[in-house]
Design a binder for this molecule. Structure first.
Ligand SMILES: NC(=O)c1ccc[n+]([C@@H]2O[C@H](COP(=O)([O-])OP(=O)(O)OC[C@H]3O[C@@H](n4cnc5c(N)ncnc54)[C@H](OP(=O)(O)O)[C@@H]3O)[C@@H](O)[C@H]2O)c1
Length: 190
């Protein structure tokens, strides 16, 4: 039975993160300068403004508690958009737009969020993304590749028991040299 059969209020879960060429989403020291655009322009690329099309009206962000804590340190990037932080701890509330959730992730998606949001943007980090992937809760992967090799750091994809096939849906090359790869789950297509 697919998620569509289980819940008539079907929402789409989109895993959206930025990775280095060698597959890391964070450096060991947690610095983020590697995410800055290089000076060189990729002439055949499109303007980065196009990236703003992706967030559609009824949406929320979902993140793990470590990503949340890092975002608070760096400067909150999610504005007033509804944001759900997954944690088993009692964390202090920081913003009206933030809710905390602890418990079953399938329930989070299908019972808590699907009736409220059409698109659920899962924006990291690695631990939470891996849990979602293992549970088959991700409908789409949007992976933005930064033109840098980091050599070491936090890997987005861990070791997983099951092979999963994904179907390439779109590729966008940006003038700043970043490339966004969009995939949808081959299983959910069939
Ligand atoms: N490059 C990018 O696009 C990108 C995007 C996002 C994050 N990052 C980076 O990634 C790093 C953080 O990633 P991370 O993998 O270490 O941590 P994370 O996934 O952000 O957070 C892990 C925490 O989330 C909670 N959690 C995760 N799965 C859970 C589950 N199934 N049930 C209950 N709680 C769960 C736990 O919180 P508690 O321990 O509180 O219970 C866990 O310790 C940061 O450096 C951040 O800047 C990079």
């Amino acid at each position: 039975m697919s998620r569509d059969d289980v819940n008539p209020n079907k929402s789409t879960v989109i895993l959206h993160v930025v990775s280095s060429l060698d597959g890391f989403i964070a450096k060991k020291d947690n610095t983020v300068a590697w995410l800055d655009s290089p000076g060189d322009v990729y002439e055949r690329g499109v303007s980065a403004d196009r990236g703003q099309e992706v967030v559609e009206p009824v949406y929320c962000f979902v993140l793990g508690s470590r990503t949340y804590e890092h975002a608070l340190e760096l400067g909150w990037p999610y504005g007033d958009s509804p944001t759900i932080v997954v944690t088993n701890r009692e964390l202090p509330a920081t913003r009206k737009s933030v809710e905390f959730y602890s418990g079953d992730l399938k329930r989070l998606v299908e019972v808590v969020l699907a009736p409220r949001y059409k698109n659920i943007w899962l924006v990291g980090g690695a631990i939470l993304c891996q849990s979602f992937l293992t549970l088959g809760l991700v409908d789409e992967i949007r992976l933005t590749i930064a033109p840098v090799l980091l050599g070491d750091g936090l890997r987005l994809f861990g070791t997983s028991e099951a092979e999963q096939r994904w179907k390439l849906k779109d590729v966008v090359a940006y003038k700043n040299g970043f490339v966004e790869l969009s995939y949808c789950s081959a299983v959910k297509l069939s």
